[in-house]
Design a protein around this ligand. Structure first.
Ligand code: GDP
Ligand code: CA
Length: 325
């Protein structure tokens, strides 16, 4: 089977780890190919380096280098470079880059400066990490999510990371703007993977600043809507709240209620062929189906890899049912 997943960082990566187990050796789906289209709207230039937080979270999580509890960055990390930068008075201090992580960004920046596109650079980094999936950035071009907010009484657009990491989404978000998206092209292989997929999965990633940004790259939304493959989404919202993080704040900014049903309707029936929401939200199944989206309730807490694998199996089984119907 050819499986395509549109992924952000932590939620996407943890789901992917389960998906890999669900189609791993000894399973009926063994030999499946997983293509991950990664969000690059969170990318930021820091200290002269190109940092791609979501691509790295997927790469480290699937490659065995992730800081487990934190969910991003490297395990067994040290922070000498950060301390040295601080000693020079060079920030920002609010973005946590460890020494090992720095090496990834140095290699990436060096290769980009030598003229390689981000997709080729990502492939080269993955040659070390062997994530067991084909990881493609949504675009080789620079796309940067900005948030229109009020900082110190002034309305201005700030980089998503400044809003999310520095301000912890506590300042008002009036609009979310994927700067550069409208003129960006999908990276080589993205549209082909979606068109040739047997199933497309929207994992429990942030619907606005992860999956939403990927869909904002011209051509990708249409490819997902038009692919013959069933498109199955899993809710990142359980019981009216994000499982982790501040997705409610960015949903509010785009006028979407923080509920599993509202997120399904935000994606819409042109995109989705099936929506999985948590069993505790089972009462909302009818509301989603009334919007023309087949819906099922299953446990959606990714407490460990087995739980994520069960979610992946539920998504694949749902896709199969949709295909037959
Ligand atoms: P980010 O780029 O690191 O923010 O990661 P993603 O965009 O891939 O995923 C963030 C989303 O994952 C958040 O909106 C969370 O609500 C969701 N999430 C995290 N853990 C879980 C979980 O165990 N179950 C579900 N259903 N969603 C989760
Ligand atoms: Ca992210």
């Amino acid at each position: 089977m050819r499986i395509v997943v549109l992924a952000g960082g932590i939620g996407g990566a943890r789901f992917l780890r389960g998906l890999k187990q669900a189609v791993g050796p000894g399973t009926p789906e063994a030999g499946s190919e997983i293509t991950v289209i990664g969000n690059t709207g969170d990318d930021i230039h820091l200290f002269g380096l190109k940092v791609c937080p979501d691509l790295d979270t997927v790469m480290y999580t699937l490659g065995g280098g992730i800081h487990e509890e934190q969910g991003w960055g490297r395990a067994d990390e040290s922070f000498s470079i950060k301390a040295e930068m601080k000693a020079y008075g060079v920030g920002p201090e609010w973005f946590g880059l460890g020494d090992k992580d720095f090496a990834t960004h140095i290699v990436r920046t060096q290769m980009l400066a030598a003229g390689y596109p981000l997709s080729a650079v990502t492939e080269a980094l993955c040659a070390r990490w062997k994530p067991g999936v084909r990881l493609i950035p949504m675009s080789d071009e620079r796309v940067e999510t900005h948030v229109l907010t009020d900082v110190e009484g002034e309305r201005k657009a700030v980089h998503f990371q400044e809003y999310w990491v520095k301000h912890h989404a506590t300042v008002p978000a009036h609009a979310i703007i994927p700067v550069g998206a409208e003129s960006a092209k999908p990276a080589p292989g993205v549209l082909e993977a979606i068109a040739e997929a047997d199933v497309v999965i929207l994992p429990p990633s942030n619907p606005v600043v992860s999956v939403g940004t990927i869909l904002a790259v011209p051509g990708i939304r249409r490819a997902v809507a038009q692919t013959r493959a069933p498109v199955i989404g899993l809710s990142p919202i359980i019981g009216g709240a994000p499982v982790r993080g501040m997705a409610d704040k960015v949903l509010e900014a785009v006028g979407v209620e923080t509920s599993a049903a509202a997120v399904a309707k935000h994606y819409g029936s042109e995109l989705l062929d099936g929506w999985l929401l948590d069993e505790s939200d089972a009462a909302s199944v009818a509301e989603v189906e009334a919007a023309g989206i087949p819906c099922r309730s299953v446990p959606l807490w990714m407490t460990d890899t087995d739980a994520s694998a069960a979610m992946a199996r539920a998504a694949l089984a749902f896709a199969e049912a949709v295909r037959e119907a």
